[in-house]
Design a protein around this ligand. Sequence first.
Ligand code: FAD
Ligand code: SF4
Length: 518
Amino acid sequence: MAQKINTLLILFGDQLDKNYAAIKNIDPKRDAIWMAETDHEISYIPTHKIKITFFLSAMRHFRDELKEEGFHLYYHQLTRRKSNDKGRDFPEILKKDLNQIRPEKVWMIQPGDYRVMEQVSQIIKNANLSLKIWQDDHFFNTVQQFNHFIGSKKNYLLERFYRKLRKEYQVLMSLNDQPEGGNWNYDKQNRESFKNEPAAIKSPRAFQPDDTTLAVIDLVNQRYAHHPGRLDHFDLPVTHSQAMALVRDFVKHRLSHFGKYQDAMWTDQPFLYHSRLSCLLNVKLISPRYVVSRIEEAYYQNSLPLNSVEGFIRQVLGWREYMRGIYWNEMPQYSQKNHLNAREDVPEFFWHGKTRMNCVHHTMKSIIQYSYAHHIQRLMVMGLFGLLWGIDPYKFHQWHMAMYADAVDWVSLPNTLGMSQFADGGLVGTKPYAATGKYINRMSNYCQGCIYNPQKAVGEEACPITSLYWDFLQRNQKKLSQVGRMNLQLKNVERKNEKEWHAIKERVQFLRKNKDQL
Ligand code: FAD
Ligand code: SF4
Protein backbone atom coordinates (compact mmCIF):
# COMPACT_ATOMS: atom_id res chain seq x y z
CA MET A 1 0.00 0.00 0.00
CA ALA A 2 1.89 3.03 -1.21
CA GLN A 3 -0.71 5.71 -0.44
CA LYS A 4 -0.97 7.49 2.89
CA ILE A 5 -2.58 5.57 5.75
CA ASN A 6 -5.60 7.29 7.17
CA THR A 7 -6.15 5.35 10.40
CA LEU A 8 -3.68 2.99 12.01
CA LEU A 9 -5.29 0.59 14.50
CA ILE A 10 -2.86 -0.75 17.07
CA LEU A 11 -4.01 -4.23 17.98
CA PHE A 12 -2.60 -6.10 20.96
CA GLY A 13 -1.99 -9.84 21.22
CA ASP A 14 -5.00 -10.27 23.51
CA GLN A 15 -7.44 -8.51 21.14
CA LEU A 16 -8.07 -11.22 18.56
CA ASP A 17 -11.75 -10.62 17.87
CA LYS A 18 -13.00 -9.54 14.45
CA ASN A 19 -16.23 -8.31 15.99
CA TYR A 20 -14.56 -5.40 17.72
CA ALA A 21 -16.30 -2.20 16.63
CA ALA A 22 -12.85 -0.69 15.99
CA ILE A 23 -12.01 -3.43 13.46
CA LYS A 24 -15.43 -3.15 11.84
CA ASN A 25 -14.78 0.55 11.34
CA ILE A 26 -11.46 -0.02 9.57
CA ASP A 27 -11.60 0.66 5.87
CA PRO A 28 -9.15 -1.77 4.22
CA LYS A 29 -8.64 0.69 1.35
CA ARG A 30 -7.41 3.59 3.48
CA ASP A 31 -6.57 2.21 6.92
CA ALA A 32 -4.20 -0.38 8.34
CA ILE A 33 -3.78 -2.60 11.40
CA TRP A 34 -0.53 -2.78 13.35
CA MET A 35 0.52 -5.79 15.45
CA ALA A 36 3.85 -6.77 16.98
CA GLU A 37 5.41 -9.80 18.62
CA THR A 38 8.07 -8.50 20.99
CA ASP A 39 10.91 -10.14 22.82
CA HIS A 40 10.52 -7.97 25.90
CA GLU A 41 6.93 -9.08 26.63
CA ILE A 42 8.13 -12.68 26.57
CA SER A 43 11.37 -12.43 28.45
CA TYR A 44 11.14 -9.65 31.06
CA ILE A 45 10.02 -12.52 33.23
CA PRO A 46 10.77 -15.94 31.72
CA THR A 47 7.38 -16.75 30.22
CA HIS A 48 6.17 -20.35 30.01
CA LYS A 49 6.79 -21.91 26.59
CA ILE A 50 3.13 -22.85 26.17
CA LYS A 51 2.00 -19.32 26.90
CA ILE A 52 4.43 -17.87 24.33
CA THR A 53 3.39 -20.43 21.73
CA PHE A 54 -0.30 -19.89 22.38
CA PHE A 55 -0.10 -16.10 22.08
CA LEU A 56 2.17 -16.03 19.01
CA SER A 57 0.32 -18.76 17.16
CA ALA A 58 -3.11 -17.21 17.87
CA MET A 59 -1.80 -13.79 16.73
CA ARG A 60 -0.37 -15.22 13.50
CA HIS A 61 -3.56 -17.10 12.69
CA PHE A 62 -5.56 -13.95 13.34
CA ARG A 63 -3.22 -11.92 11.12
CA ASP A 64 -3.62 -14.45 8.31
CA GLU A 65 -7.41 -14.35 8.59
CA LEU A 66 -7.42 -10.54 8.50
CA LYS A 67 -5.14 -10.57 5.46
CA GLU A 68 -7.41 -13.00 3.68
CA GLU A 69 -10.28 -10.62 4.27
CA GLY A 70 -8.34 -7.84 2.58
CA PHE A 71 -7.06 -5.86 5.56
CA HIS A 72 -3.71 -4.15 5.27
CA LEU A 73 -1.39 -5.14 8.09
CA TYR A 74 1.92 -4.09 9.57
CA TYR A 75 2.96 -7.18 11.51
CA HIS A 76 6.26 -7.67 13.32
CA GLN A 77 7.09 -11.31 13.55
CA LEU A 78 9.84 -12.67 15.81
CA THR A 79 12.29 -14.94 14.08
CA ARG A 80 14.74 -17.49 15.41
CA ARG A 81 17.43 -14.79 15.51
CA LYS A 82 17.30 -11.94 17.98
CA SER A 83 19.43 -9.81 15.66
CA ASN A 84 16.48 -9.66 13.21
CA ASP A 85 14.20 -7.92 15.76
CA LYS A 86 13.19 -4.39 14.79
CA GLY A 87 13.37 -3.34 18.41
CA ARG A 88 13.42 -4.86 21.86
CA ASP A 89 10.02 -3.81 23.10
CA PHE A 90 6.64 -2.59 22.00
CA PRO A 91 7.31 1.18 22.49
CA GLU A 92 10.59 1.05 20.58
CA ILE A 93 9.09 -0.71 17.55
CA LEU A 94 5.95 1.41 17.59
CA LYS A 95 7.92 4.67 17.70
CA LYS A 96 10.02 3.62 14.69
CA ASP A 97 6.95 2.59 12.72
CA LEU A 98 4.95 5.71 13.48
CA ASN A 99 7.84 7.77 12.17
CA GLN A 100 7.82 5.79 8.95
CA ILE A 101 4.08 5.34 8.42
CA ARG A 102 2.88 8.75 9.68
CA PRO A 103 -0.83 7.87 9.68
CA GLU A 104 -3.46 10.62 9.86
CA LYS A 105 -4.69 9.23 13.16
CA VAL A 106 -4.18 6.31 15.51
CA TRP A 107 -6.75 4.07 17.19
CA MET A 108 -6.37 1.50 19.90
CA ILE A 109 -8.82 -0.62 21.82
CA GLN A 110 -8.40 -0.22 25.57
CA PRO A 111 -5.54 -2.63 26.38
CA GLY A 112 -5.67 -5.19 29.19
CA ASP A 113 -2.75 -3.56 30.95
CA TYR A 114 -2.78 -0.10 32.51
CA ARG A 115 0.97 0.35 31.97
CA VAL A 116 0.66 -0.40 28.25
CA MET A 117 -2.20 2.06 27.87
CA GLU A 118 -0.15 4.81 29.48
CA GLN A 119 2.96 3.99 27.47
CA VAL A 120 1.24 3.86 24.09
CA SER A 121 -0.79 7.01 24.76
CA GLN A 122 2.44 8.83 25.57
CA ILE A 123 4.16 7.60 22.40
CA ILE A 124 1.25 8.79 20.24
CA LYS A 125 1.23 12.13 22.02
CA ASN A 126 4.97 12.55 21.53
CA ALA A 127 4.53 11.75 17.84
CA ASN A 128 1.93 14.55 17.59
CA LEU A 129 -0.75 12.19 16.36
CA SER A 130 -4.37 12.08 17.42
CA LEU A 131 -5.43 9.01 19.38
CA LYS A 132 -8.84 7.47 19.83
CA ILE A 133 -9.20 4.77 22.50
CA TRP A 134 -12.13 2.44 21.84
CA GLN A 135 -13.96 0.63 24.64
CA ASP A 136 -13.09 -3.05 24.83
CA ASP A 137 -16.55 -4.20 23.71
CA HIS A 138 -15.68 -7.87 24.23
CA PHE A 139 -16.90 -7.56 27.83
CA PHE A 140 -20.53 -7.35 28.99
CA ASN A 141 -19.86 -4.26 31.06
CA THR A 142 -17.88 -1.15 30.24
CA VAL A 143 -15.41 0.23 32.76
CA GLN A 144 -17.64 3.31 33.15
CA GLN A 145 -20.72 1.17 33.91
CA PHE A 146 -18.79 -0.66 36.60
CA ASN A 147 -17.53 2.59 38.13
CA HIS A 148 -21.05 3.95 38.12
CA PHE A 149 -22.34 0.82 39.83
CA ILE A 150 -19.68 1.00 42.54
CA GLY A 151 -20.11 4.73 43.11
CA SER A 152 -18.58 5.71 46.42
CA LYS A 153 -18.90 2.29 48.09
CA LYS A 154 -15.74 1.29 49.96
CA ASN A 155 -16.10 -2.44 49.43
CA TYR A 156 -17.01 -4.31 46.32
CA LEU A 157 -19.54 -7.08 46.60
CA LEU A 158 -19.66 -9.60 43.81
CA GLU A 159 -23.15 -10.83 44.57
CA ARG A 160 -24.92 -7.50 43.95
CA PHE A 161 -23.00 -6.89 40.78
CA TYR A 162 -23.65 -10.42 39.53
CA ARG A 163 -27.41 -10.09 40.14
CA LYS A 164 -27.46 -6.78 38.33
CA LEU A 165 -25.83 -8.35 35.26
CA ARG A 166 -28.14 -11.38 35.37
CA LYS A 167 -31.13 -9.02 35.24
CA GLU A 168 -29.67 -6.61 32.73
CA TYR A 169 -28.75 -9.34 30.24
CA GLN A 170 -31.64 -11.64 31.20
CA VAL A 171 -29.34 -14.57 31.86
CA LEU A 172 -30.91 -17.55 33.65
CA MET A 173 -33.98 -15.51 34.54
CA SER A 174 -37.52 -16.83 34.65
CA LEU A 175 -40.46 -14.88 33.24
CA ASN A 176 -41.31 -12.77 36.28
CA ASP A 177 -37.77 -11.40 36.56
CA GLN A 178 -36.83 -13.98 39.19
CA PRO A 179 -33.70 -16.13 39.06
CA GLU A 180 -34.12 -19.51 37.43
CA GLY A 181 -34.84 -22.16 40.09
CA GLY A 182 -35.68 -19.52 42.70
CA ASN A 183 -32.14 -18.82 43.95
CA TRP A 184 -29.47 -16.52 42.60
CA ASN A 185 -26.60 -18.64 43.75
CA TYR A 186 -25.97 -22.39 44.20
CA ASP A 187 -22.49 -21.99 45.65
CA LYS A 188 -23.23 -24.37 48.53
CA GLN A 189 -23.73 -27.15 45.98
CA ASN A 190 -20.33 -26.47 44.41
CA ARG A 191 -18.01 -27.81 47.06
CA GLU A 192 -17.91 -31.61 46.88
CA SER A 193 -14.74 -33.63 46.82
CA PHE A 194 -14.18 -37.11 45.38
CA LYS A 195 -14.39 -39.95 47.86
CA ASN A 196 -12.61 -42.29 45.42
CA GLU A 197 -10.76 -41.84 42.18
CA PRO A 198 -13.15 -40.01 39.82
CA ALA A 199 -14.66 -42.08 37.04
CA ALA A 200 -13.10 -41.50 33.61
CA ILE A 201 -13.51 -37.83 32.74
CA LYS A 202 -13.15 -36.83 29.11
CA SER A 203 -10.18 -34.47 28.85
CA PRO A 204 -10.63 -31.19 26.98
CA ARG A 205 -10.40 -31.73 23.24
CA ALA A 206 -6.84 -31.54 21.91
CA PHE A 207 -5.99 -29.56 18.76
CA GLN A 208 -3.05 -30.74 16.68
CA PRO A 209 -0.54 -28.00 15.83
CA ASP A 210 -0.65 -26.92 12.17
CA ASP A 211 2.30 -25.50 10.21
CA THR A 212 1.87 -22.03 11.70
CA THR A 213 1.95 -23.40 15.24
CA LEU A 214 4.85 -25.73 14.42
CA ALA A 215 6.87 -22.74 13.19
CA VAL A 216 6.19 -20.96 16.48
CA ILE A 217 7.16 -24.05 18.46
CA ASP A 218 10.43 -24.17 16.55
CA LEU A 219 11.04 -20.48 17.32
CA VAL A 220 10.28 -20.92 21.02
CA ASN A 221 12.50 -23.99 21.30
CA GLN A 222 15.29 -22.05 19.64
CA ARG A 223 15.05 -18.69 21.37
CA TYR A 224 13.40 -19.48 24.67
CA ALA A 225 14.70 -22.96 25.44
CA HIS A 226 15.66 -21.93 28.98
CA HIS A 227 12.11 -20.79 29.83
CA PRO A 228 9.83 -22.94 32.02
CA GLY A 229 7.37 -25.42 30.54
CA ARG A 230 7.28 -28.08 27.86
CA LEU A 231 6.01 -28.07 24.28
CA ASP A 232 5.93 -31.75 23.43
CA HIS A 233 2.14 -31.88 23.54
CA PHE A 234 0.96 -28.37 22.69
CA ASP A 235 -2.76 -28.83 21.99
CA LEU A 236 -4.53 -25.52 22.65
CA PRO A 237 -7.00 -23.98 20.19
CA VAL A 238 -5.47 -21.06 18.32
CA THR A 239 -8.38 -19.89 16.13
CA HIS A 240 -11.93 -18.73 16.71
CA SER A 241 -13.44 -21.85 15.14
CA GLN A 242 -11.27 -24.13 17.29
CA ALA A 243 -12.26 -22.11 20.36
CA MET A 244 -15.93 -22.66 19.55
CA ALA A 245 -15.24 -26.39 19.21
CA LEU A 246 -13.75 -26.40 22.72
CA VAL A 247 -16.90 -24.73 24.09
CA ARG A 248 -19.03 -27.49 22.50
CA ASP A 249 -16.67 -30.12 23.88
CA PHE A 250 -16.99 -28.68 27.39
CA VAL A 251 -20.78 -28.49 27.23
CA LYS A 252 -21.02 -32.07 25.99
CA HIS A 253 -18.52 -33.78 28.27
CA ARG A 254 -17.82 -31.80 31.44
CA LEU A 255 -20.36 -29.07 32.19
CA SER A 256 -22.92 -31.32 33.88
CA HIS A 257 -20.50 -32.17 36.74
CA PHE A 258 -18.73 -28.80 36.78
CA GLY A 259 -20.80 -27.41 39.66
CA LYS A 260 -20.58 -30.29 42.06
CA TYR A 261 -16.80 -30.79 41.76
CA GLN A 262 -15.72 -27.23 41.09
CA ASP A 263 -13.48 -27.14 44.18
CA ALA A 264 -12.18 -30.72 44.07
CA MET A 265 -8.60 -31.72 43.24
CA TRP A 266 -7.09 -35.08 42.28
CA THR A 267 -3.62 -36.25 41.31
CA ASP A 268 -2.94 -36.42 37.56
CA GLN A 269 -6.35 -34.96 36.74
CA PRO A 270 -5.45 -31.37 35.89
CA PHE A 271 -8.73 -30.39 34.25
CA LEU A 272 -11.36 -32.57 35.99
CA TYR A 273 -14.68 -30.92 34.96
CA HIS A 274 -13.22 -27.50 34.22
CA SER A 275 -13.54 -25.84 30.82
CA ARG A 276 -9.96 -24.70 29.99
CA LEU A 277 -11.57 -21.70 28.27
CA SER A 278 -9.91 -18.87 30.19
CA CYS A 279 -6.94 -18.34 27.85
CA LEU A 280 -9.28 -18.28 24.82
CA LEU A 281 -11.58 -15.77 26.49
CA ASN A 282 -8.64 -13.62 27.52
CA VAL A 283 -7.10 -13.32 24.05
CA LYS A 284 -10.70 -12.81 22.80
CA LEU A 285 -10.75 -15.81 20.47
CA ILE A 286 -14.13 -16.42 22.01
CA SER A 287 -16.55 -13.96 23.56
CA PRO A 288 -18.12 -14.28 27.00
CA ARG A 289 -21.54 -13.56 25.45
CA TYR A 290 -21.14 -16.58 23.18
CA VAL A 291 -19.95 -18.80 26.03
CA VAL A 292 -22.72 -17.71 28.40
CA SER A 293 -25.41 -18.14 25.75
CA ARG A 294 -24.18 -21.67 24.83
CA ILE A 295 -24.18 -22.70 28.51
CA GLU A 296 -27.65 -21.27 29.06
CA GLU A 297 -28.94 -22.95 25.91
CA ALA A 298 -27.53 -26.29 27.13
CA TYR A 299 -29.47 -25.85 30.39
CA TYR A 300 -32.81 -25.30 28.66
CA GLN A 301 -32.29 -27.89 25.92
CA ASN A 302 -30.57 -30.68 27.82
CA SER A 303 -31.81 -30.11 31.38
CA LEU A 304 -28.28 -29.92 32.80
CA PRO A 305 -28.01 -29.44 36.59
CA LEU A 306 -28.68 -25.85 37.59
CA ASN A 307 -25.82 -25.78 40.12
CA SER A 308 -23.40 -26.50 37.26
CA VAL A 309 -24.91 -24.04 34.81
CA GLU A 310 -25.36 -21.23 37.33
CA GLY A 311 -21.95 -22.00 38.88
CA PHE A 312 -20.25 -21.63 35.52
CA ILE A 313 -22.18 -18.53 34.48
CA ARG A 314 -21.31 -16.91 37.82
CA GLN A 315 -17.62 -17.34 36.97
CA VAL A 316 -17.82 -15.76 33.54
CA LEU A 317 -20.59 -13.19 33.92
CA GLY A 318 -19.86 -12.49 37.58
CA TRP A 319 -16.25 -12.97 38.63
CA ARG A 320 -14.59 -12.21 35.32
CA GLU A 321 -16.39 -8.92 34.75
CA TYR A 322 -16.08 -7.97 38.41
CA MET A 323 -12.31 -8.49 38.46
CA ARG A 324 -11.92 -6.33 35.39
CA GLY A 325 -14.01 -3.58 36.95
CA ILE A 326 -11.88 -3.61 40.09
CA TYR A 327 -8.66 -3.49 38.07
CA TRP A 328 -9.63 -0.37 36.14
CA ASN A 329 -11.24 1.26 39.13
CA GLU A 330 -8.20 0.79 41.36
CA MET A 331 -5.21 1.14 39.04
CA PRO A 332 -2.48 2.34 39.12
CA GLN A 333 -2.16 2.32 42.96
CA TYR A 334 -3.54 -1.21 43.15
CA SER A 335 -0.37 -2.93 41.95
CA GLN A 336 1.59 -1.39 44.86
CA LYS A 337 -0.69 -2.72 47.60
CA ASN A 338 0.86 -4.93 50.24
CA HIS A 339 -1.46 -4.86 53.24
CA LEU A 340 0.33 -7.65 55.11
CA ASN A 341 3.77 -6.28 54.28
CA ALA A 342 4.86 -9.56 52.70
CA ARG A 343 8.44 -9.41 51.38
CA GLU A 344 9.61 -12.93 50.54
CA ASP A 345 10.80 -14.01 47.10
CA VAL A 346 8.97 -16.61 45.05
CA PRO A 347 10.56 -19.94 46.07
CA GLU A 348 12.61 -21.85 43.49
CA PHE A 349 10.20 -24.79 43.46
CA PHE A 350 7.49 -22.48 42.08
CA TRP A 351 9.47 -22.67 38.83
CA HIS A 352 10.39 -26.36 38.64
CA GLY A 353 7.96 -28.09 41.01
CA LYS A 354 10.59 -30.17 42.78
CA THR A 355 9.25 -30.32 46.32
CA ARG A 356 8.11 -33.04 48.70
CA MET A 357 4.87 -31.16 49.36
CA ASN A 358 2.68 -33.39 47.23
CA CYS A 359 -0.06 -30.78 46.70
CA VAL A 360 2.42 -28.22 45.36
CA HIS A 361 4.29 -30.86 43.37
CA HIS A 362 1.12 -32.01 41.56
CA THR A 363 -0.14 -28.50 40.93
CA MET A 364 3.25 -27.54 39.53
CA LYS A 365 3.23 -30.66 37.34
CA SER A 366 0.05 -29.37 35.71
CA ILE A 367 1.43 -25.83 35.39
CA ILE A 368 4.65 -27.04 33.76
CA GLN A 369 2.86 -29.43 31.43
CA TYR A 370 -0.14 -27.28 30.48
CA SER A 371 0.53 -23.73 31.68
CA TYR A 372 -2.67 -24.34 33.62
CA ALA A 373 -4.00 -25.12 37.07
CA HIS A 374 -7.63 -24.85 38.03
CA HIS A 375 -9.06 -22.31 40.40
CA ILE A 376 -8.72 -24.18 43.67
CA GLN A 377 -5.17 -25.26 42.90
CA ARG A 378 -4.34 -21.59 42.26
CA LEU A 379 -6.14 -20.31 45.34
CA MET A 380 -5.75 -23.08 47.88
CA VAL A 381 -2.41 -24.62 46.95
CA MET A 382 -0.04 -22.16 45.23
CA GLY A 383 -1.83 -19.05 46.50
CA LEU A 384 -2.24 -20.48 50.00
CA PHE A 385 1.45 -21.33 50.21
CA GLY A 386 2.35 -17.84 48.93
CA LEU A 387 0.08 -16.16 51.48
CA LEU A 388 1.34 -18.17 54.45
CA TRP A 389 4.99 -17.96 53.41
CA GLY A 390 4.66 -14.21 52.91
CA ILE A 391 5.64 -13.88 49.25
CA ASP A 392 5.70 -10.29 48.02
CA PRO A 393 2.29 -10.04 46.31
CA TYR A 394 3.58 -8.27 43.20
CA LYS A 395 6.29 -10.91 42.77
CA PHE A 396 3.59 -13.55 43.12
CA HIS A 397 1.60 -11.79 40.37
CA GLN A 398 4.68 -11.65 38.12
CA TRP A 399 5.30 -15.34 38.63
CA HIS A 400 1.67 -15.93 37.75
CA MET A 401 1.95 -13.80 34.60
CA ALA A 402 4.90 -15.93 33.50
CA MET A 403 3.46 -19.35 34.21
CA TYR A 404 -0.22 -19.34 33.16
CA ALA A 405 -1.45 -19.17 29.57
CA ASP A 406 -4.49 -17.14 30.65
CA ALA A 407 -2.66 -14.48 32.64
CA VAL A 408 -3.19 -10.90 31.47
CA ASP A 409 -2.60 -7.97 33.82
CA TRP A 410 -6.27 -6.97 34.33
CA VAL A 411 -7.26 -10.44 35.50
CA SER A 412 -4.11 -11.74 37.14
CA LEU A 413 -3.56 -8.72 39.40
CA PRO A 414 -6.90 -8.66 41.28
CA ASN A 415 -6.88 -12.44 41.54
CA THR A 416 -3.31 -12.81 42.80
CA LEU A 417 -2.77 -9.64 44.75
CA GLY A 418 -6.38 -9.26 45.91
CA MET A 419 -8.23 -12.54 46.17
CA SER A 420 -5.27 -14.78 46.87
CA GLN A 421 -2.71 -12.70 48.81
CA PHE A 422 -5.05 -10.29 50.63
CA ALA A 423 -2.66 -7.49 49.68
CA ASP A 424 -5.56 -5.06 49.13
CA GLY A 425 -6.71 -5.55 52.73
CA GLY A 426 -10.10 -6.95 51.77
CA LEU A 427 -11.24 -5.10 48.65
CA VAL A 428 -11.76 -8.23 46.54
CA GLY A 429 -12.27 -10.86 49.23
CA THR A 430 -13.77 -10.32 52.64
CA LYS A 431 -11.06 -12.35 54.37
CA PRO A 432 -7.74 -14.02 53.53
CA TYR A 433 -8.00 -17.55 52.15
CA ALA A 434 -5.90 -19.00 54.96
CA ALA A 435 -6.25 -22.67 55.85
CA THR A 436 -4.26 -25.60 57.18
CA GLY A 437 -3.33 -28.69 55.18
CA LYS A 438 -6.58 -30.23 56.45
CA TYR A 439 -8.49 -28.24 53.82
CA ILE A 440 -6.31 -29.71 51.07
CA ASN A 441 -6.75 -33.15 52.58
CA ARG A 442 -10.53 -32.73 52.49
CA MET A 443 -10.64 -31.56 48.88
CA SER A 444 -8.04 -33.87 47.27
CA ASN A 445 -6.05 -37.07 47.54
CA TYR A 446 -2.74 -35.20 47.63
CA CYS A 447 -2.06 -35.79 51.32
CA GLN A 448 -2.38 -39.56 50.91
CA GLY A 449 0.82 -39.62 48.89
CA CYS A 450 2.70 -37.03 50.93
CA ILE A 451 5.53 -37.48 53.42
CA TYR A 452 3.91 -34.79 55.60
CA ASN A 453 0.85 -35.07 57.81
CA PRO A 454 -1.79 -32.34 57.33
CA GLN A 455 -3.03 -32.75 60.91
CA LYS A 456 0.33 -31.89 62.43
CA ALA A 457 1.78 -28.42 62.94
CA VAL A 458 4.94 -29.46 64.76
CA GLY A 459 7.55 -32.17 64.51
CA GLU A 460 9.34 -33.72 61.57
CA GLU A 461 6.19 -34.98 59.90
CA ALA A 462 4.33 -31.69 60.24
CA CYS A 463 2.71 -30.38 57.08
CA PRO A 464 4.48 -27.11 56.15
CA ILE A 465 1.12 -25.55 55.25
CA THR A 466 -0.32 -26.35 58.67
CA SER A 467 2.72 -25.03 60.52
CA LEU A 468 2.85 -21.89 58.39
CA TYR A 469 -0.89 -21.32 58.89
CA TRP A 470 -0.50 -20.84 62.63
CA ASP A 471 2.56 -18.70 62.18
CA PHE A 472 0.69 -16.57 59.63
CA LEU A 473 -2.24 -15.95 61.98
CA GLN A 474 0.01 -15.09 64.86
CA ARG A 475 2.34 -12.91 62.76
CA ASN A 476 -0.56 -10.90 61.33
CA GLN A 477 -2.86 -11.06 64.35
CA LYS A 478 -3.17 -7.30 64.76
CA LYS A 479 -4.19 -6.62 61.15
CA LEU A 480 -6.39 -9.69 60.90
CA SER A 481 -8.27 -8.75 64.05
CA GLN A 482 -9.78 -5.87 62.02
CA VAL A 483 -11.35 -8.43 59.69
CA GLY A 484 -14.65 -9.53 61.21
CA ARG A 485 -14.80 -12.87 59.44
CA MET A 486 -11.44 -13.90 60.96
CA ASN A 487 -12.70 -13.91 64.56
CA LEU A 488 -13.22 -17.64 64.80
CA GLN A 489 -9.80 -18.45 63.36
CA LEU A 490 -8.12 -15.91 65.64
CA LYS A 491 -9.82 -17.34 68.72
CA ASN A 492 -7.92 -20.55 68.10
CA VAL A 493 -4.67 -18.58 68.17
CA GLU A 494 -5.53 -17.49 71.71
CA ARG A 495 -6.15 -21.08 72.75
CA LYS A 496 -2.57 -22.20 72.11
CA ASN A 497 -0.16 -22.05 75.04
CA GLU A 498 3.40 -20.78 75.11
CA LYS A 499 4.91 -24.24 74.71
CA GLU A 500 2.83 -24.89 71.61
CA TRP A 501 3.82 -21.57 70.09
CA HIS A 502 7.46 -22.24 70.81
CA ALA A 503 7.28 -25.55 68.92
CA ILE A 504 5.44 -23.95 65.98
CA LYS A 505 7.93 -21.11 65.72
CA GLU A 506 10.82 -23.57 65.86
CA ARG A 507 9.28 -25.64 63.08
CA VAL A 508 8.63 -22.57 60.90
CA GLN A 509 12.17 -21.35 61.45
CA PHE A 510 13.42 -24.74 60.30
CA LEU A 511 11.19 -24.59 57.19
CA ARG A 512 12.43 -21.13 56.26
CA LYS A 513 16.06 -22.16 56.75
CA ASN A 514 15.55 -25.21 54.57
CA LYS A 515 13.25 -23.70 51.98
CA ASP A 516 14.89 -25.58 49.11
CA GLN A 517 14.25 -28.93 50.73
CA LEU A 518 10.57 -28.57 51.63
P1 FAD B 1 -13.33 -22.81 34.75
O1 FAD B 1 -13.20 -23.36 36.11
O2 FAD B 1 -13.89 -23.69 33.71
O3 FAD B 1 -14.18 -21.45 34.90
C1 FAD B 1 -14.85 -20.83 33.84
C2 FAD B 1 -14.37 -19.48 33.50
O4 FAD B 1 -14.73 -18.54 34.48
C3 FAD B 1 -12.88 -19.32 33.33
O5 FAD B 1 -12.48 -19.74 32.06
C4 FAD B 1 -12.68 -17.84 33.55
O6 FAD B 1 -12.82 -17.13 32.35
C5 FAD B 1 -13.82 -17.44 34.47
N1 FAD B 1 -13.36 -17.22 35.84
C6 FAD B 1 -13.52 -18.04 36.90
N2 FAD B 1 -13.04 -17.48 38.02
C7 FAD B 1 -12.54 -16.28 37.65
C8 FAD B 1 -11.89 -15.25 38.36
N3 FAD B 1 -11.65 -15.32 39.68
N4 FAD B 1 -11.49 -14.19 37.66
C9 FAD B 1 -11.71 -14.08 36.34
N5 FAD B 1 -12.33 -15.04 35.62
C10 FAD B 1 -12.74 -16.12 36.28
N6 FAD B 1 -8.23 -16.32 35.54
C11 FAD B 1 -7.77 -15.84 34.37
O7 FAD B 1 -8.48 -15.89 33.37
N7 FAD B 1 -6.52 -15.29 34.27
C12 FAD B 1 -5.70 -15.21 35.35
O8 FAD B 1 -4.58 -14.70 35.24
C13 FAD B 1 -6.16 -15.72 36.59
N8 FAD B 1 -5.37 -15.68 37.69
C14 FAD B 1 -5.80 -16.24 38.85
C15 FAD B 1 -4.94 -16.23 39.96
C16 FAD B 1 -5.36 -16.76 41.15
C17 FAD B 1 -4.41 -16.74 42.34
C18 FAD B 1 -6.64 -17.28 41.27
C19 FAD B 1 -7.11 -17.83 42.57
C20 FAD B 1 -7.50 -17.30 40.19
C21 FAD B 1 -7.10 -16.79 38.96
N9 FAD B 1 -7.92 -16.80 37.83
C22 FAD B 1 -7.47 -16.29 36.64
C23 FAD B 1 -9.32 -17.30 37.90
C24 FAD B 1 -9.49 -18.80 37.63
O9 FAD B 1 -8.68 -19.55 38.48
C25 FAD B 1 -9.22 -19.16 36.18
O10 FAD B 1 -10.00 -18.36 35.32
C26 FAD B 1 -9.59 -20.61 35.89
O11 FAD B 1 -8.91 -21.48 36.75
C27 FAD B 1 -9.25 -20.93 34.43
O12 FAD B 1 -9.51 -22.28 34.14
P2 FAD B 1 -10.81 -22.72 33.32
O13 FAD B 1 -10.91 -21.93 32.08
O14 FAD B 1 -10.76 -24.21 33.21
O15 FAD B 1 -11.94 -22.22 34.29
FE1 SF4 C 1 0.15 -30.60 50.95
FE2 SF4 C 1 0.47 -30.80 53.59
FE3 SF4 C 1 -1.19 -32.43 52.31
FE4 SF4 C 1 1.44 -32.67 51.98
S1 SF4 C 1 0.29 -32.97 53.86
S2 SF4 C 1 -0.11 -32.73 50.38
S3 SF4 C 1 2.09 -30.55 52.08
S4 SF4 C 1 -1.39 -30.25 52.51
